[in-house]
Structures are given as structure tokens and as C-alpha cells.
Write a protein that binds this ligand. Structure first.
Ligand SMILES: [Zn+2]
Ligand SMILES: [Zn+2]
Length: 103
């Protein structure tokens, strides 16, 4: 079953919070989301290799806008001008910081 958000919420300008069906809550910093951008400019479509240097993402990055794409994804317009990344709910669920395996 695909993860389904029950509620999407911007917390000030710094965090994006998703409450998933079933009650789990994920909180992402926009900087992390920006670093994980899957668009062709940030990540190689074929190998999945990251092209974007994560350190080049400003520490104070904010998101101006989060838009639902159909009923399967969210598109973020980031304050550094980048806005071509689409994050599927599935990808977002997998990125949940509290669930991600610790490196
Ligand atoms: Zn990108
Ligand atoms: Zn989690």
C-alpha cells in the first residue's frame, strides 16, 4: 500500500510536516528536502547518483511554496530558486528522518 498523507503542513519557514494515515508524523527541514531533490538537474536519472553538492545548499534555505501534485506527490518551490523537484509520497515517506536508518 502506498503511503498516504492525512495532513500536510508548513511549520514556519523551516520545516514541512506530514501526518501520515495511521498516525506517523514526519518532519523534514527544507534543506534536507532540497538536498534530496530527485530532479534531473540534481540527480542522475539513470544511476541515481547525486549531482548536486549537498554542501552547496544554503543552511538557511526555506521553501516558499509547497504544492500538491495530483494525489501522489508534492512539489516544493525553494527559496534558492529551485523548483523542479517533485517528491512522491512514497519518496517522502522513505525520507522520514526519524525512520531513516542512522548512518
Ligand atoms: Zn532538483
Ligand atoms: Zn518516521
Amino acid at each position: 500500500m502506498l503511503p498516504t498523507p492525512e495532513r500536510l503542513e508548513k511549520v514556519r519557514d523551516e520545516f514541512f510536516r506530514i501526518r501520515w494515515e495511521g498516525g506517523h508524523v514526519s518532519e523534514y527541514s527544507f534543506r534536507t528536502l532540497r538536498q534530496e531533490c530527485r530532479c534531473a538537474g540534481c540527480r542522475d536519472e539513470f544511476t541515481g547518483r547525486r549531482i548536486l553538492d549537498p554542501e552547496s545548499v544554503p543552511a538557511d534555505l526555506k521553501a516558499g511554496k509547497a504544492t500538491l501534485v495530483g494525489n501522489y506527490a508534492v512539489a516544493f518551490q525553494f527559496s534558492d530558486g529551485h523548483g523542479s523537484g517533485i517528491y512522491t509520497f512514497e519518496a517522502l515517506r522513505a525520507l522520514c528522518p526519524c525512520c531513516a536508518p542512522k548512518a
